[in-house]
Structure formats: structure tokens, C-alpha cells
Design a protein around this ligand. Structure first.
Ligand code: FAD
Length: 159
């Protein structure tokens, strides 16, 4: 199986875009991630999948906690900053939720304590026990086919 073709195939699954944030000795580290999912309602658990080569890996392990910031449709710049897709260092001001650094304007902010860590190939899965969350009104930034996207029409179907 071809690596690039598999990656391209997985890109047909449309997702939102998050920035994972954590803090070690007062220094905030952020990383763009779309491998995020809600796992369990009772107890409230979420999951992020982090590349073994990412700086974020050691930071989450050290902090023992992280926050997930689900980006709104006007926050592509944050996605690009925290994926290293912009040139030069950008100054980002963080807010706080439950004493975690968060992106103030994010659509959804979820704070968690690391509950379980699973090795999965070249990634590590961090299951987080949710300690707090807060939502804003707005529409999400999307990622599909290797490109950032936004919703362009309201959906009429309801579940
Ligand atoms: P670095 O590469 O050092 O940091 C990432 C960038 O964030 C750097 O440019 C850094 O300057 C900036 N930054 C960090 N902290 C701050 C701060 N406090 N203030 C200002 N700037 C800061 N990788 C995964 O492992 N899992 C995923 O689910 C995943 N999904 C992705 C989805 C999308 C849409 C994209 C574009 C990328 C995704 N990646 C994912 C790749 C990942 O975002 C990049 O490889 C990222 O560069 C890895 O970050 P790092 O922790 O190694 O740290």
C-alpha cells in the first residue's frame, strides 16, 4: 500500500480543526490537530492522536493535561500558526479556562486531565478526562482533502 495514497484517502474524511494547548513551567505550547474525537459521555472522555515526532508529545506527558480548542471559521490563521505553516514566530495571547491556556475566541474549549495513554503505530493516543468546557456561537473551520474549508450553506436535516 502506497503511503501518500493512504494519506490522501484518509483526507476524504472531513473534520473540524483544533489547536491542542498545554503548559509546562509557565510556557504554553500549541499544536494544530484534526485527530480529535469525543469518546465517552459518562465519564466524559475525549481523545487526541499525537505524532511521536511532535514536540507536543513530551509537553502533554509532562503537564499531564491539555486543552482542545475547536476553531471557528474565521480562525484559519491560528490553525496555520500552530501547524508551523506561517513564516516567523507569531505572538498569540491565550485566555484561561480552569487554569489551562486556551484560545479565547475558539468555538469550543475543552480542558482535560490525561486519563490514559495508548501507543498506536507512529502516534500516541491521549485519552483525556474532561474537567471543563465552554462553547461560543459560530460555525467551524473544516479540513478536507488537505485544504481548509468552511460551510457554505445551512443544512436542513436534523437528527
Ligand atoms: P512545533 O512544530 O514546534 O510547533 C508548531 C507551531 O506552533 C510552531 O510554528 C510554533 O512556533 C507554534 N507555537 C507553539 N506554541 C506557540 C505559542 N505559545 N505561541 C505562538 N506560536 C506557538 N499532527 C498530529 O500529531 N496530530 C494531528 O491530529 C494533526 N492534525 C493536523 C491537522 C491539520 C489541519 C494540520 C495542518 C496539521 C496537523 N498535524 C497533526 C501536524 C501538526 O500540527 C504539525 O506537525 C505541528 O508543527 C507539530 O507541532 P509540534 O508540537 O511538533 O511543535
Amino acid at each position: 500500500m502506497d503511503f501518500r495514497k493512504f494519506r490522501q484517502a484518509m483526507g476524504t474524511f472531513a473534520t473540524g480543526v483544533t489547536v491542542i494547548t498545554t503548559e509546562v513551567t509557565g510556557k504554553v505550547h500549541g499544536m494544530t490537530a484534526n485527530a480529535f474525537m469525543s469518546v465517552s459521555l459518562d465519564p466524559k472522555l475525549v481523545l487526541v492522536s499525537i505524532d511521536k515526532n511532535a514536540q507536543m508529545l513530551d509537553k502533554i506527558q509532562e503537564a499531564g493535561k491539555y486543552a482542545v480548542n475547536v476553531l471557528a471559521n474565521d480562525q484559519q490563521e491560528y490553525a496555520m500558526i500552530f501547524a508551523g505553516q506561517t513564516k516567523g514566530d507569531k505572538k498569540v495571547t491565550f485566555g484561561r479556562l480552569n487554569d489551562h491556556p486556551v484560545l479565547k475566541e475558539a468555538l469550543l474549549k475543552v480542558t482535560c486531565d490525561v486519563d490514559a495513554i495508548h501507543e498506536a503505530g507512529d502516534h500516541i493516543l491521549f485519552v483525556g478526562a474532561v474537567t471543563d468546557f465552554t462553547m461560543e456561537n459560530g460555525e467551524p473551520l473544516l479540513f478536507y482533502g488537505g485544504k481548509y474549508r468552511t460551510l457554505n450553506r445551512a443544512e436542513n436535516l436534523s437528527v
